[in-house]
Design a protein around this ligand. Structure first.
Ligand SMILES: [Zn+2]
Length: 61
């Protein structure tokens, strides 16, 4: 089996190439392998990534 990268896009933070092993979904969150930022797929054609907003799990008060 070859590990062909189906799609890739540039990280908006560091411009690194972020590859997807399988077809990405709209709204999918991934992590940049280079700078580690969380990225969200905002558009599929062309494949566009945006930095995902930090989710603060603040369910306390
Ligand atoms: Zn990056």
């Amino acid at each position: 089996m070859s590990d062909t990268i189906t799609a890739q896009a540039a990280c908006p933070e560091c411009d690194a190439s972020v590859g997807f092993g399988r077809e990405p979904l709209s709204g999918q969150v991934c992590r940049c392998p280079d700078c580690g930022v969380e990225l969200e797929v905002t558009c599929l054609s062309p494949l566009t990534l945006e930095v995902a907003p930090e989710i603060e799990e603040d369910w306390g008060e």
